[in-house]
Ligand binder design. Structure first.
Ligand SMILES: [Zn+2]
Length: 343
């Protein structure tokens, strides 16, 4: 397992030190699976300011919300009979209905909670177990109808800074034979790795991270947690790996419970550090032949300058397709680890 780092040192005459020469370190890193590169420039991001969530809540409610309990059964679409005779899928507070702006032929939305605004520390593990569990039930129904689902993708934009158009917590889920550029390159690299080493990359990754003790966090039941070597977020990512699970339909209720518990620890960390927003994506294969264990990434989102509402995606990410982060993953892991030791 090659964790390749390319350190750089910049020399400059620093106005903050009466123009004395200062050396500033930065780093490039290569993803050990795909070789995809990222940059770490450790500048003074954070501490992050608190946000007035209630003001945001009121603004968003004034627009009306199709996902609130009094509206969701009236204004959201229903599935045709061949997917479910019930119209929509429900489990606990979660409800799944077709996406009016579909990403593919089978494309749906899962509303996670009855509450319109849920601060990160107010989710329960049950919320996520129900939302993810019923999303997988939807994929089962698609498979029953189509005999296959391709890749069963689950993603979330939680809160506006992560791209959510509505405050009400929800997932985007769709079945597709086109997994998208990122997952496609991971699968191709996982297959290459398997052909060269006769091992699953993801198994070797967990073993390498466990022995290094730099970015490994913990296991929660059947799920392993690490901080990725190359973050995609400007303030940090966390990755969950589901050993020996190849497709989204391989995930058991036990796996989903274990994931939801770990996610709760991360949400508590977010609360304590004033991180209000994240993206979540599951990366499944479509069969064992993809040689990819299901994994999921939580990517923290925020504004690079909250005062000016500057988004965290700028030219380097948008047009040069290179992630840029301000926090070393090893620091993120050190901060997160105590939250997992409350196991
Ligand atoms: Zn709502």
């Amino acid at each position: 397992m090659n964790f390749e780092r390319i350190p750089r040192v910049t020399r400059l005459l620093d106005p903050r030190k009466d123009y004395a020469e200062t050396r500033i370190e930065s780093e490039m890193r290569m993803d050990p699976l795909t070789g995809f590169s990222g940059r770490i420039a450790h500048f003074a991001a954070g501490p992050w300011p608190t946000m007035d969530l209630e003001a945001l809540n009121q603004t968003s409610l004034s627009q009306g919300c199709p996902f609130c309990p009094d509206m969701v059964s009236k204004v959201t679409p229903k599935f045709p009979e061949e997917i479910t005779s019930q119209g929509r899928f429900r489990q606990g507070e979660a409800i799944v209905f077709p996406n009016l702006s579909p990403y593919d032929a089978h494309s749906a939305v899962t509303v996670i909670t009855k509450a319109h605004l849920v601060p990160v520390n107010e989710f329960s593990a049950q919320h996520w177990e129900d939302a993810l569990g019923i999303s997988i039930e939807y994929f089962r129904a698609v498979r029953h109808y189509e005999n296959h689902i391709g890749y069963g993708l689950i993603g979330a934009n939680y809160m506006p800074m992560a791209g959510a158009s509505l405050l009400h917590p929800h997932l985007q889920i769709y079945a597709t034979d086109r997994p998208g550029n990122w997952l496609k390159s991971q699968i191709e690299a996982s297959q290459r790795y398997y052909n060269e080493h006769a091992h699953i990359f993801w198994q070797d990754l967990i073993e390498a991270e466990k022995s290094l003790e730099e970015r490994y966090l913990a296991s929660t039941g059947t799920v392993e947690w690490i901080v990725p070597f190359v973050p995609l977020s400007f303030i940090g990512d966390v990755e969950a790996i589901f050993p020996r699970r190849f497709t989204i339909l391989d995930l058991t209720p036990e796996d989903i419970g274990a994931f939801s518990q770990g996610l709760l620890y991360i949400l508590r960390y977010m609360k304590d550090t004033n991180i209000y927003s994240f993206n979540l994506a599951f990366y499944p294969g479509q069969s064992e032949g993809d040689r990819t264990w299901v994994h999921a990434r939580i990517s923290f989102r925020g504004m690079i300058n909250p005062v000016l509402h500057s988004p965290d995606v700028s030219v380097i990410r948008q047009l040069l397709d290179e992630p840029f982060t301000t926090v070393y993953p090893e620091k993120t892991a050190t901060e997160l680890k105590p939250y997992f030791s409350s196991l």
